[in-house]
Design a protein around this ligand. Structure first.
Ligand SMILES: [Zn+2]
Length: 401
C-alpha cells in the first residue's frame, strides 16, 4: 500500500469507526439503564446478576465495534485497491484486546468497581467477545475469494458525467459551497442528471430525483454522486440520504466523503444500514473532485470536531426519584456520612471522620469518596437515608448495612 492509499484507508476507517462508536455506545448505555432499572424493581440490586447482565451488554458492544472496524477495513482496502492482508486481523485483535482491558476501568463501564462480583467482569468480557476475532478471520478469507465491490466499465462513464455536472454547480451565496453533480442510471441508461443550484438552493441529488423524476419509479436504480449524500438539512428539507433510501435506489457511487464533520461518514453509513450498496469513484476521479472542492474542504477543516463522537454518558433519571435528585445536587460536594451496621440485636454506629464527597448517584447506588481513603465506596441506594446535618449545615447520608 502506498502512502496515499494508506491515508485514504485510515480516513475511511476512522470515520466509519467514529460513527459506529457513537451509535453502539448510545445503544449500550440505553440497555444498561434499562437493565439497572429492571434489576432495581426486582430487588436484585448489586447482585452477581448485575455483573453478568452488564457484561453481556458490554460484550455485545465490543463485538459490534470490532465488527464495524473489520467491515470498514475490508471495504476501504478494496475500495482503494489495496491488497487484503493480515494487517486487518492484527488491527481488530488489538482493538478487541484494548476494549476488553480498558472498559472495566472506564466511565462507560456501567458498574462501580465495588459491586459484589466485579472481579468477574473482565473475565466475562473476555468470554463474551471470544468468538469475534475468529469470525472476522473467516470474513477476511471469504472476502479475498469473493470481492464485495465489482465495477463495470460503464460505471466510469457515469462517474465522469457526474463530475461534468459538478463543474456546472452554482453557489447560493458568497460562502464556500461544495460543487456537486448527480446522475441516476436505470437499466444501463441515464434517466436523470443534475448539479447543485440548478434549481436555486437545491442539492444535486434532490433535483435529479425529485425535480426530474418525481413520478418515475427509481427503485433499483444506481446513483452516481460526486459528494456523500447529506444526512442533515434544516427543517422541513429532507436530507438526500433519506430521499435515496425512500426512493429505494439499489447502489450509490460516491465521489468523496463530505468533509463537513457533521455529515462525514454518516451519509455512507445511513445508506449501508438501509441495505443500499455504496462504492467510491476510482482514485484519479476522486482527486479531480477534491481539487474541484478545495475551497469547501479548507473551510470545513476549520470547523470543530462533531460533539457526537464523544461517547455520551449513560443517562440517570434524577427527576423520577427525589432521593436521587437530592443526592445528585450534591455531586462533588462534601456530605456527612453516618454508618449504621447491624451487630447482634443492635447497631454499630459512627460518623465518617472527614465526611465524604458525592461521586455519583444512580437509581441503584450511591458512590462516595472518603477524602482519606483512595477507593470509592458504593452503597445500594435502598440502604441510604437522606437527611440534613443541621450542625455542619450540609446533607447527611445514613448508610444502613
Ligand atoms: Zn443533500
Amino acid at each position: 500500500m502506498d502512502d496515499q492509499q494508506k491515508q485514504k484507508v485510515t480516513a475511511y476507517v476512522n470515520t466509519a469507526y467514529a460513527a459506529a462508536l457513537h451509535t453502539s455506545t448510545q445503544l449500550a448505555a440505553g440497555k444498561i439503564a434499562e437493565t439497572k432499572a429492571r434489576l432495581a424493581s426486582q430487588g436484585a440490586i448489586l447482585s452477581g446478576r448485575t455483573v453478568h447482565e452488564i457484561a453481556k451488554i458490554q460484550g455485545d458492544h465490543i463485538n459490534s465495534l470490532v465488527q464495524a472496524r473489520a467491515d470498514a477495513l475490508l471495504d476501504a482496502y478494496e475500495l482503494y485497491s489495496a491488497e487484503i492482508d493480515d494487517e486487518i486481523l492484527a488491527d481488530v485483535k488489538t482493538l478487541r484486546a484494548t476494549l476488553v482491558s480498558h472498559l472495566p476501568a472506564s466511565q462507560e463501564c456501567g458498574l462501580p468497581p465495588t459491586v459484589p462480583g466485579f472481579q468477574l467482569f473482565p473475565q466475562l468480557l473476555e468470554t463474551n467477545t471470544g468468538a469475534i476475532v475468529n469470525l472476522v478471520w473467516c470474513q477476511i478469507e471469504q472476502r479475498k475469494a469473493f470481492p464485495k465491490f465489482k465495477r463495470r466499465d460503464s460505471d466510469r462513464v457515469f462517474e465522469e458525467l457526474a463530475i461534468q455536472e459538478a463543474r456546472r454547480s452554482v453557489a447560493e451565496d458568497q460562502r464556500a459551497h461544495p460543487r456537486v453533480g448527480a446522475v441516476v442510471v436505470k437499466d444501463g441508461r441515464v434517466v436523470s442528471q443534475a448539479h447543485r443550484g440548478e434549481t436555486p438552493k437545491c442539492h444535486a441529488e434532490f433535483i435529479a430525483l425529485e425535480g426530474k423524476l418525481a413520478d418515475d419509479l427509481v427503485a433499483g436504480a444506481t446513483v452516481y454522486t460526486t459528494l456523500e449524500p447529506c444526512t442533515t438539512r434544516n427543517h422541513p428539507k429532507i436530507p438526500c440520504a433519506q430521499r435515496l433510501i425512500e426512493r429505494r435506489v439499489a447502489r450509490v457511487f460516491i465521489g468523496m466523503l463530505d468533509p463537513n464533520p457533521d455529515i462525514q461518514g454518516f451519509g455512507n453509513r445511513a445508506l449501508n444500514e438501509a441495505g443500499i450498496e455504496t462504492q467510491f469513484f476510482p482514485r484519479d476521479l476522486q482527486n479531480q473532485i477534491e481539487d474541484l472542492n478545495r475551497d469547501f474542504i479548507r473551510a470545513q477543516k476549520d470547523k470543530p470536531p462533531r460533539a457526537s463522537v464523544v461517547p455520551p454518558k449513560p443517562r440517570s433519571e434524577p427527576e423520577a426519584n427525589p432521593k436521587i435528585a437530592e443526592i445528585i445536587k450534591h455531586k462533588g460536594k462534601t456530605v456527612t456520612v453516618f454508618n449504621r451496621q447491624k451487630h447482634g440485636h443492635g447497631y454499630l454506629e459512627g460518623y465518617w471522620p472527614n465526611g465524604a464527597v458525592v461521586v455519583d448517584c444512580t437509581p441503584l447506588w450511591v458512590e462516595l469518596q472518603d477524602p482519606a481513603a483512595k477507593n470509592q465506596q458504593t452503597f445500594s441506594l435502598d440502604n441510604v437515608e437522606v437527611t440534613f446535618d443541621s450542625e455542619k449545615k450540609r446533607l447527611k447520608l445514613t448508610v444502613y448495612r
